[in-house]
Design a protein around this ligand. Structure first.
Ligand code: ATP
Length: 400
């Protein structure tokens, strides 16, 4: 571990939900978590962390596999940094075990966890040292021979494209360049597992997006297992092979970005990842995997295909992503999966528009429509009376 690094700054608040997903599989076909013969590189086994009476992490069990780019995602204060800091050895679990490559490391101090290295949000660069000297610092501390240090520093600088800045001091670099120095310093130690706590927190949106792709490139080219903490759902969706969504010290769902988006397990996850419409109702029929729902809005009936074990009369919620909702002036032929209302707000975003429609119970339902010449019918505007419908496959049934 890099004992010279200072603790991470606290990130503030969750990012506003956005539409998604815009992710792609960073390592296409890579899914060791589905292979029972694969052993995890990291295992959190029933790990709890209390600070006095406060439980920051509650009985978390989680497996992370070699070469994964794993994201811990959740709002501020949900316990994601604490989980990462326990893996780094900066915090001791109150209960449970942490295993790395099958070995129990729970009691090991940070400097004996040679497989893991952490890059902090605050970068923690030495102001009086040049870029190359900062990058080589950890290696000098280890007593590595000079020639090997020089080669490792050169390699790390090339990887993050910092060679032209080798002789500069941190105050002669931009925020993004400083972040790359911190990353190069962590890479130079060639850890098997890289821990990144809000590594891009100090960058503006554009730089942040560039840096996300840089991180993915470095992660793939080095084959290192990356575990990133972020409160930015879009960032997690972009970089991660899998995401653990956390809330109040609990891991709520662990899945690929696509599954988190398309098959969220609860209203919390559905609402945290992207925009979603959630319609309340009661199960009124179950036939061959198709569930009928009597909507809480009078006269509304929904149908969805699901294997979720539900019973007649059970209260459920139907989640539908805005891009799956069709909006028209004309009443659809089918009366199923249809809501009617008045356009309350229109958001023009260039290539697409968002339509917020107030339905019978005062709830707003959002639809997205592409602004292409292909769009049929007259334009939809404020105060228009509209119909919204969606296919049976689009609704996700949620029981909590
Ligand atoms: P953020 O995104 O804001 O960094 P987080 O999800 O990473 O949030 P943690 O830093 O893990 O959250 O903190 C989880 C909870 O534990 C918070 O309520 C925090 O106040 C509390 N906590 C963390 N460290 C300590 C500590 N040393 N003593 C007491 N409480 C702590």
């Amino acid at each position: 571990m890099s004992e010279f690094a200072s603790p991470p700054a606290t990130a503030t608040g969750a990012a506003p939900p956005r539409s998604g997903p815009r992710s792609f599989a960073p390592q296409s076909g890579f899914s060791p978590w589905k292979d029972p013969s694969q052993a995890p590189i990291v295992r959190f086994d029933n790990v709890t962390k209390q600070f006095g009476d406060f439980v920051a992490v509650k009985s978390c069990t989680l497996d992370i596999y070699e070469r994964e780019f794993f994201a811990l995602l959740g709002p501020s204060g949900c316990g994601k940094s604490t989980l990462l800091r326990m893996l780094a050895g900066f915090e001791q679990p109150t209960d449970g075990r942490i295993m790395v490559q099958g070995k129990d490391i729970t009691a090991l101090p940070p400097y004996e966890r040679s497989d893991v290295n952490m890059m902090f949000q605050s970068y923690a660069l030495f102001p009086h040292m040049t870029v190359e000297s900062n990058i080589g610092f950890g290696l000098r501390q280890e007593g590595m021979p000079k020639g090997e240090i020089a080669a490792r520093v050169e390699e790390a600088m090339a990887m993050v494209e910092l060679k032209p800045f080798a002789k500069r001091k941190p105050n002669q670099l931009s925020g993004g360049q400083q972040q790359r120095v911190a990353l190069a310093r962590a890479i130079a130690k060639k850890p098997r597992i890289m821990l990144l706590d809000e590594p891009l927190g100090a960058l503006d949106k554009k730089l942040r997006q560039q840096a996300q792709f840089e991180l993915m490139r470095i992660q793939e080219s080095t084959g290192t297992t990356f575990i990133i903490v972020t409160h930015d759902q879009e960032e997690a969706m972009t970089v991660a092979s899998r995401i653990a969504v956390m809330d109040k010290g609990n891991i709520i769902q662990v899945a690929t970005p696509n599954d988190i988006y398309e098959a969220p397990k609860s209203r919390y996850v559905a609402g945290f990842i992207g925009d979603v419409n959630v319609l309340e109702g009661k199960v009124s029929g179950i036939t061959d995997g198709v569930i009928d729902i009597e909507g809480a809005v009078s006269g509304c009936h929904y149908k969805t295909r699901s294997n979720e074990p539900v019973s007649i009369g059970q209260q459920v919620w139907l989640a539908i992503r805005p891009e799956k909702v069709r909006i028209t002036h004309d009443k659809p032929q089918s009366a199923i999966n249809v809501v009617n209302g008045k356009v309350d707000d229109v958001g023009y975003l260039g290539s697409i528009s968002h339509y917020h429609v107030k339905i019978g119970n005062g709830q707003r339902v959002t639809a997205l429509r592409a602004n292409t010449a292909m769009t049929v019918g007259p334009p939809i505007s404020w105060e228009d009376d509209v119909w919204m419908d969606w296919p049976t496959e689009a609704g996700i049934i949620l029981t909590s």
